[in-house]
Design a protein around this ligand. Structure first.
Ligand code: ATP
Ligand code: MG
Length: 481
């Protein structure tokens, strides 16, 4: 998969794309257009779906903007929509479903923000131009009026889209002081769309980065997730690091741009990390069938323990002992601060902690027991651990890279053979708790757990023992105790 920027678009391409997409969604937009205008209101398709239509991308979530107030919108949707819900009346958004389409209709806004608070003060507006003027980027500040399909593009969004550049409708300074989250959104759209970010926008982001601190962790996280899941995450991440935003929202990342040691023995870990992320992305289609957040976050965080564990030895070499364990802790802490779910935190930090384990494999010296432990410790993250470990090889030495890949093939093949023979997925000792209690003649208690763990260790060292042998081993262990 190419990770570099997509080619610029021609106007003809843009027009053809938007016409085709509007025809595709005609069943829903034509009817909505008629319903609203017949009642004396304006309505227009706006934002993401307009932008994506011009880029030739389909969108089944349709965002519309209207002069109608939320109660009026509700009345007009009744009897037409299959289902309807209030997305937050205070923000003026009514959601509905019509067939396969999800529709969100928001009353025109002319927003003013209280700079000290995290939430916008919403004031409804009366004009489409006013509504477009408060949007984040020119490519998002375009609308298609319905039912006539006239394109409204007061800020030159079509041109910016063709040139693939993000600019703000007004000055970026005003825009970002109204809502600092837009700085994160710039990086997010750069990563999703592969767009360039205009110099003036980058300059304002750099000057105003600190304002991001009034935004809630959840909103920052949501943009970060979309960025990481984008087609060009390197772009978004580079922008966050270069503007100083990363220092505030994900400081572990810029910290990876370690100075090189005097002997140039290790490469820049930040650059390495971006490459690992891209190499993980390259494996996604085959392994997961599409983008995978946990895998991408694990790639991004796998080396964050390095700066803190770096030691220079007398001979001039550098070591990062235990950076896996330290990195897992830092990962957990950062993801917690960003309010990620516990499942995501557990998964990503487990992968960070395990990412070095394979290096003990040498050229295939692991015993079956070591292979079983690898599988057990990875648990349900095993596939992602395969992806991360393979992606983590960024040496320019072709022969070395190929050797590592072949060795990992070998490990995967061994895992598969063992899994087939032993049902590795469900690794349990040969006796369960009830059998242990019965054989030892004890009730539930600490010894049962100890016996269970002893048998599990044996099971991993030697493979399945069979019930008879397990019984003997259990009694022998009990006698030794
Ligand atoms: P996606 O495909 O990710 O939904 P989108 O462009 O629809 O992309 P949303 O976050 O859903 O992005 O926002 C919808 C539209 O609302 C945007 O296109 C933009 O015009 C506007 N918008 C959203 N958030 C902001 C914001 N913080 N400041 C200004 N405009 C915003
Ligand atoms: Mg949207």
């Amino acid at each position: 998969m190419p990770h570099d920027e997509p080619a610029p678009l021609s106007m003809v391409e843009v027009q053809r794309s938007v016409a085709a997409e509007l025809d595709r969604i005609a069943p829903v937009i034509d009817e909505l257009g008629r319903r609203f205008t017949e009642a004396g209101h304006e309505i227009a398709l706006v934002g993401g779906p307009v932008r994506d239509a011009m880029l030739g991308r389909h969108h089944n979530d349709l965002d519309l903007t209207t002069s109608a107030r939320p109660e009026q919108t509700e009345r007009l949707l009744k009897g037409w929509a299959d289902a309807m819900w209030d997305m937050g009346r205070d923000f003026g958004t009514i959601g509905c479903r019509k067939g396969e389409w999800q529709v969100e209709i928001t009353t025109y806004r002319s927003e003013s923000y209280d700079p000290s608070s995290r939430n916008p003060d919403v004031a409804f507006g009366d004009t489409l131009a006013g509504d477009l003027g408060r949007r984040d980027f020119t490519v998002n500040a375009m609308a298609v009026r319905l039912p006539g399909r006239e394109v409204e593009d007061p800020y030159g969004g079509v041109l910016d889209l063709a040139h693939r550049v993000l600019r703000t409708p007004g000055t970026p300074e005003d825009s970002f002081s109204d809502d600092p989250l837009r700085m994160m959104r710039a990086a997010r759209f750069a990563a999703q769309l592969g767009f360039e970010v205009d110099e003036s926008v980058v300059a304002a982001m750099t000057a105003m980065a600190e304002r991001i601190e009034i935004i809630s962790a959840e909103r920052v996280r949501d943009e970060l997730v979309k960025l990481v899941m984008g087609a060009y995450p390197r772009r978004g991440l580079t922008l966050l690091v270069d503007t100083g935003l990363a220092e505030l929202v994900l400081p572990e990342l810029p910290a990876l741009a370690l100075e090189r040691d005097e002997h140039h023995r290790h490469k820049d870990v930040y650059e390495h990390t971006l490459t690992v992320l891209e190499q993980a992305i390259d494996q996604e289609q085959e392994r997961f069938g599409g983008p995978d957040l946990v895998s991408r976050l694990a790639a991004l965080m796998h080396d964050v323990g390095k700066p803190r564990t770096r030691r220079f030895l007398d001979d001039g070499t550098v070591t990062f002992h235990h950076h896996d364990v330290v990195g897992a802790k830092l990962t957990r802490k950062r993801m917690k601060a960003l309010r990620f779910s516990n499942d995501d935190i557990d998964a990503v930090s487990a992968l960070v902690e395990l990412h070095l384990r394979f290096h003990g494999y040498g050229s295939g010296e692991w015993t079956d027991s070591a292979v079983r432990r690898y599988v057990r410790d990875a648990g349900d993250q095993l596939t992602r651990l395969h992806v991360l470990t393979r992606a983590d090889s960024t040496t320019r030495n072709r022969r070395k890279a190929e050797r590592l890949a072949r060795t990992y093939d070998d490990l995967e093949a061994r895992i598969e053979r063992l899994a087939e023979a032993e049902e590795l997925g469900a690794m349990r000792p040969d006796l369960d708790g009830n059998q242990i209690m019965e054989i030892l003649g004890v009730g539930p208690g600490r010894e049962v757990g100890e016996a269970y763990r002893h048998l599990l260790e044996l099971r991993m060292d030697e493979g399945p023992l069979g019930e008879e042998r397990a019984r003997e081993e259990l009694l022998a262990w009990w006698a030794r105790r």
